[in-house]
Design a protein around this ligand. Structure first.
Ligand code: SAM
Length: 201
């Protein structure tokens, strides 16, 4: 490759770039659900007030330290996203990255997100999602599901998060779709969804 040429962007790079851009667009007080070890701090806008929610004790221990080092003073909330310990209209933005596949009740989580958002507040979900029915990728997702459920934070690879958002009361603003190679020729769909709580609600 010539020195002046930009290396080709992979589909994964494109997904990460879209995810970062969407998270960086959230302003004010922003709640991250299923914050894990705190991998998303570098994606946040600099003057955001971060609130994190993380049910896993092991992750929370690491997250507490990562958050402190990133300058976020609030300790992570000990809760699941099905019951968020934040008052109604308490935050300006909410985001989650590869969490909706793991929650036990996605519709209830979306109701909770709507409840804690201010009217007009925004949510960003960056997730892997179910492959089209009948595809090889969907068969692979079905085959690995018993293992991912047990060993990967309860992850269900066949979860259709896009459909769950579409049937919620959120106003969808943008859905970016990516198909990322995972193993050999197998490719899995990922989405970055930006949505808004309607202003009048
Ligand atoms: C694959 S990890 C992703 C962690 C982090 N968001 C990231 O992108 O690095 C899934 C996360 O979802 C969390 N999780 C699982 N069930 C949850 C629930 N019901 N409510 C909130 N978070 C949950 C797990 O504890 C874990 O931190």
């Amino acid at each position: 490759m010539e020195p002046h040429q930009t290396p080709p962007q992979t589909e994964w790079d494109a997904f990460v770039a879209a995810r970062t851009r969407a998270i960086r667009s959230l302003l004010g007080t922003v709640l991250e659900i299923g914050a894990g070890r705190g991998e998303n701090f570098s994606s946040l806008a600099s003057d955001v007030t971060w609130l994190g929610l993380e049910p896993s004790t092991r992750f929370r221990r690491i997250l507490t330290e990562t958050a402190r080092r990133a300058g976020h003073s609030q300790p992570p909330l000990v809760a699941t996203a099905e019951r968020i310990p934040v008052r109604d209209a308490g935050v300006d933005g909410v985001f989650a990255t590869t969490v909706m596949c793991s929650v036990s009740d996605p519709d209830q989580v979306l109701k909770e997100i709507l409840r804690v958002l201010v009217p007009g507040g925004r949510v960003v979900l960056a997730e892997h999602v179910a492959a089209p029915s009948g595809s090889k990728a969907r068969t692979a997702q079905r085959l690995v599901r018993p293992w991912t459920k047990l060993f990967d934070h309860g992850c269900d690879p066949t979860r259709d998060t896009e459909a769950a958002v579409q049937r919620s009361d959120l106003d969808v603003q943008e859905i970016r779709r990516f198909v990322v190679p995972v193993i050999g020729r197998l490719r899995m769909p990922f989405v970055v969804i930006s949505a808004r709580k309607p202003s009048g609600s």
